[in-house]
Design a protein around this ligand. Sequence first.
Ligand code: NDP
Length: 248
Amino acid sequence: MKLTHQPRVALVTGAGRGIGKAIAELLAADGHTVLCISKNPASCGGVADAITATGGKAKAYPVDVADAAAVAQASEAILKEYETVDILVNNAGITKDNLIFRMSDEDWQDVISTNLSSAFYWIKSLVRPMTRKRWGRIVNIGSVVGRIGNPGQANYAAAKAGLHGLTMSLAREFASRNITTNTVAPGFISTDMTGKLNDEQKNAIMKVVPLQRFGTTTDVASLVNFLVSEEAGYITGQVFSVDGGMAM
Ligand code: NDP
């Protein structure tokens, strides 16, 4: 089935690398104007430049998504330029793993702010024009860990499970405005984030992934691309796993 994509303005956080980069590239290839957010100016800048070099429309905004004031300021500038952001993909995320009795308050807070509060900041700053337009798509990137937990990742699992709750509540809040809100929950995907794992950890993961491989960034981006299409307009409040069958 060929998906219908009217050209929209899409904002993708964490678009500088990994899954966010793949999402930004796929949305740009389908004709959307993509606003690429990352912390490091070089990474979102590089992705936006590569998209424009191949004829797509993109612009880079280096923003620390964990900083409420920075998100509000960037959103104001973006809305001045584009009037509405139609598609919002909250993808930026970090890990700071440790067993709970060794986890510092700072590592707890950093992961909650970057992976969960950031979604609240962007949605709050950008949703009003979406409601006026009576069309919107919000996709939050969760994790299999937010569904089943993982020792050493209490902060990360709490943030990702929190995103699932946020998604369901906002799906109900915005349904009457034709805005859908969904979560995509990847399993183990080959990116810089999982590049830190040693062979022993990778072998242990393979034992619990029925499809017996790490996912690709395109595996995740393809689902996001579907969820933001016209055809996905009757799907809201859901969590979709892209995890090789890990969480059944
Ligand atoms: P990467 O580490 O490859 O990339 C993370 C991106 O997020 C980077 O572009 C980074 O910016 C950006 N980012 C991190 N912190 C901030 C911040 N404070 N402000 C702005 N941007 C920030 O991650 P992945 O692509 O692997 O992961 C993407 C999402 O998918 C995350 O939410 C992650 O939790 C989730 N996920 C990933 C899985 C995996 O196996 N890879 C599995 C399940 C979920 P910069 O480039 O500037 O550093």
